[in-house]
Design a protein around this ligand. Structure first.
Ligand code: ZN
Length: 374
């Protein structure tokens, strides 16, 4: 049995008080906290004092009183710390900065094809430094830099085994982090996006995060926990077979979801960027409309399969999330038509962070650690 000393028990109480205020979203009173956590007012008072001394709280005015002193409105000091999330794409570096409330403060994209060498590592470190300078990010409050990658980070080997759609097979994690003068954590891109979407899902309902990028992946958040499966490939939705013997997939099989719904189909395969594709589509290009219709048909089949099995919300993230918003009604119509069960397709939504969910999730790893240590 674990034994706890008094200091540790007090820390745990303080942590509960902080998390209660954090999860409330709106300001609360000392009485609210005491009641919700079943703690005495003096205990809560002491915890609040310590949290205030650590600059973690903000007193946001007072509530109306029913007699006596007006209770103070207590909230979290959102900007007490910052965290940066970086997504290493095959052609671009994406950066975002959040505060501990997971509010997206600034973001930027920089073009640079991914290579596994010293030059890239130096370029990345400089890009992060420029991002910090331009946006006046106070580095004394910076928790670290989370790096999301299209692959599986293997810290014991010091490498990321990259997805087959990437130009690099193994990425040297130590080399990549070597020029960044802040703590660095690596995370899989789909898991990062899932974490971001989960973080702002206050009821922690069952949810599937579907990452639609050059590769397709996802995260399952079931029963209040991420579910990764027995051999950690749970959520690899991209390799569900949609068409037996169909198009070749990067994984070596045929007919995978990814072979039909990679964002490559809307960009590289046509020799254009994804922005150009959607511009053309809006301008009425018949060629693009045909491709988009077919893309949406397959996307609906993939999403419907996931929904049939898991029967919960499906949140879309990744590159496509930045563009699919206006087409969501069309997608939902398809979902409604092909489902065995009665649905209007509204279970399918787009991540609150849209395109930036991967960066936000990578950054949140540090926020999560910070909150654990309060
Ligand atoms: Zn595949």
């Amino acid at each position: 049995m674990a034994t706890y000393n008094t200091a540790e028990l007090r820390r745990q109480n303080r942590n509960r008080v902080f998390r209660y205020i954090y999860s409330s979203g709106n300001p609360v009173t000392k009485q609210d906290i005491a009641q919700a956590l079943n703690l005495s007012l003096p205990t809560v008072g002491q915890d609040l004092k310590e949290l205030q001394e650590a600059d973690l709280l903000e007193f946001q005015g007072t509530f109306d009183s029913t007699g006596g002193r007006k209770p103070r409105a207590i909230g979290i000091a959102n900007n007490v710390r910052y965290s940066i999330g970086v997504y290493i794409g095959h052609k671009r570096i994406h950066m975002a900065c959040i505060n501990i409330r997971a509010q997206l403060l600034c973001s930027q994209r920089v073009s640079r094809p991914l290579t596994n060498d010293e030059e890239y590592a130096r370029f990345l470190a400089q890009a992060i430094e420029d991002f910090i300078q331009i946006n006046n990010i106070d580095t004394s409050r910076l928790l670290g830099v989370g790096i999301a990658v299209a692959g599986v980070p293997q810290p014991d080997k010091g490498v990321v085994t990259m997805s087959p759609v990437q130009p690099v097979t193994e990425l040297d994690m130590n080399l990549l982090a070597s020029h960044i003068p802040y703590p660095v954590l690596f995370e899989n891109d789909a898991n990062a996006g899932g974490l971001a979407t989960w973080w702002v899902n206050p009821e922690k309902k069952n949810m599937i995060y579907l990452f639609l990028h050059r590769g397709i992946g996802g995260t399952m958040l079931l029963g209040g926990q991420p579910y990764h499966g027995s051999t950690l490939h749970g959520g690899e939705f991209g390799h569900m077979c949609l068409v037996p013997g169909g198009e070749a997939c990067g994984c070596g099989q045929k007919g995978c979801f990814e072979a039909y719904c990679s964002t490559k189909r809307l960009s590289e395969d046509l020799g254009i960027s994804i922005e150009e594709f959607f511009e053309g589509l809006q301008k009425g290009s018949e060629e693009y409309q045909k491709i988009w219709d077919s893309y949406l048909d397959y996307l609906a089949i993939g999403i419907n399969n996931i929904h049939i099995v898991l029967d919960c919300q499906v949140v879309l993230g990744g590159l496509l999330a930045g563009y699919i918003g206006p087409y969501l009604p069309e997608l939902r119509e398809r979902l409604s038509k092909i489902s065995t069960f009665e649905t209007d397709g509204s279970y399918c939504t787009v991540s609150t962070f849209g395109y930036w969910s991967t960066c936000v999730g990578a950054a949140l790893n540090f926020v999560s650690r910070f909150m654990d240590e309060i």
